[in-house]
Design a protein around this ligand. Structure first.
Ligand code: RFL
Ligand code: PHB
Length: 397
């Protein structure tokens, strides 16, 4: 029988929920995770690929960083391709030695799931119809269906780590929250293939035919993205059509180096900027995509989820170990400050790198000029680099 009482009930076993679970476990705080899908389904979702230093540090802190260090790729920079020419952003040189780690979200999730399973901490997969009760009072609880039977889980707090389409934010009365949202007029078509990456570093491409991104998961596995109209369906895109379009958006060196092959996965993701304020409602705390979404251009989504749960775990630890609630009270404000800065960078970088149907000729030339300015100015380069590697966890007052 699944447990019927815990200290922190976590909804969602994505990176946010699993990371929070491990941070609490390490601190000796009880948590149960309820996940709607099966573990295999969660692992099958191909998403993020770039970890900031703070995220990698967090994985080390909870003792699950070994495979990341063995198999992940430390990147000291990335390239920007526009106007047919490549420009390198030297992340390491521009930020006083900071780097990013290329290691897939799938692998992070697998490492976290394995550590949780080894610890014996409870995760209930395929928990259907999760419902939240009493989080505005002192005795919150969750109810859910497992194998056709309804169960209850009483707790002190609920952590809503259930992503953008989850039940936690949706359970808050509309009058208690403010939502800020921008949906972009295009999506990203992603393709994963067991082919060597076209370049040893990522390439972000601004091309008159649209944005493209050359990313990777390992020295033998590539991940590519193309900006496509929202009306496109993934079935319309054969592998050949994808490779042809990517070739058209690359430079000569890229075309020559590109190795194509059958896709392992292909999907279209819409792009959205979204923030919910506040992130706390009584004894319910939202973390990760449940509270905010960024367009993937800045590679910030998973990293923000990680910093949210770092703040949240600190707050729960202060509550249980020191009987102090100041950090719980400050959680929403503290997270939102960092979230808005990442939202700003992701929105700006998305706007700069994509072609919008409504852009007239002058806007296209202004974006070219902005890129030209940024890539030839020490402060311009530094601005991009310091945001890309990740802003500090605390900014001061
Ligand atoms: P997730 O990963 O969506 O996990 C939420 C979990 O909650 C479960 N769930 C429920 N469980 C129980 N009951 C319910 N009612 C439930 N409703 C939902 C879901 O099944 C799921 O398992 O949210 P989390 O943990 O907050 O993690 C967020 C990240 O997944 C996301 O921000 C990133 O993937 C975004 N992202 C990137 N972030 C980066 O930091 N770097 C990147 O390079 C990067 N690239 C990307 C990305 C996202 C992409 N897509 C597809 C949106 C590239 C793409 C294409
Ligand atoms: C990825 O590898 O999936 C990826 C990398 C960088 C981004 C977005 C996605 O900005």
């Amino acid at each position: 029988m699944p447990p019927n009482r815990t200290q922190v009930a976590i909804v969602g076993a994505g990176p946010a929920g699993l990371l929070l679970g491990q941070l609490l476990l390490k601190a000796g705080i009880d948590a149960v995770i309820l996940e709607r899908q099966s573990g295999e389904y969660v692992l099958g979702r191909i998403r993020a690929g770039v970890l900031e230093q703070v995220t990698a540090d967090l994985l080390d802190e909870i003792g699950v960083g070994a495979r990341m260090h063995a198999e992940g790729l430390v990147h000291h920079g990335f390239e920007m391709l526009y106007g047919g020419t490549r420009h390198r952003i030297d992340l390491h040189g521009l930020t006083g030695g900071k780097t990013v780690m290329v290691y897939g979200q799938t692998e992070v999730t697998r490492d976290l799931m394995e550590a949780r399973a080894a610890s014996g901490a409870p995760t209930v997969y395929e928990a259907k119809d999760v419902a939240l009760h009493g989080f505005d009072g002192t005795t919150p609880r969750l109810s859910y269906t497992l194998n056709g039977m309804r169960h209850e889980l009483a707790c002190d707090f609920i952590a809503g780590c259930d992503g953008f389409h989850g039940v936690c934010r949706a359970s808050v009365p509309r009058s208690a929250l403010t939502e800020y949202e921008k949906v972009y007029p295009f999506g990203w078509l992603g393709l994963l293939a067991d082919t060597p990456p076209v370049n040893h570093e990522l390439i972000y491409v601004n091309h008159p035919r649209g944005f493209a991104l050359c990313s990777q998961r390992s020295l033998t596995r590539s991940r590519y993205y193309l900006q496509v109209p929202l009306t496109d369906k993934v079935e319309q895109w054969s592998d050949e059509a994808f490779w042809d379009e990517l070739r058209a958006r690359l430079d000569d060196a890229g075309r020559a180096a590109l190795v194509t092959g059958p896709s392992l996965e292909k999907s279209i993701a819409p792009l959205r900027s979204f923030v919910c304020e506040p992130l706390r409602f009584g004894r319910l705390f939202l973390a990760g995509d449940a509270g905010h979404i960024v367009p993937p251009t800045g590679a910030k989504g998973l990293n923000l989820a990680a910093t949210d749960v770092k703040y949240l775990a600190e707050a729960f630890i202060a509550h249980y170990k020191q009987r102090k609630d100041a950090a719980l009270d400050a959680y929403s404000h503290r997270c939102l400050r960092r979230i808005w800065r990442a939202e700003r960078f992701s929105w700006w970088f998305t706007s700069l790198m994509h072609r919008f149907a409504e852009d007239d000729a002058i806007v296209a030339r202004l974006k070219d000029a902005e890129l030209d300015y940024l890539m030839h100015s020490e402060s311009g380069l530094r601005t991009v680099a310091e945001n890309y590697v990740g802003l500090p966890l605390d900014f001061g007052e």
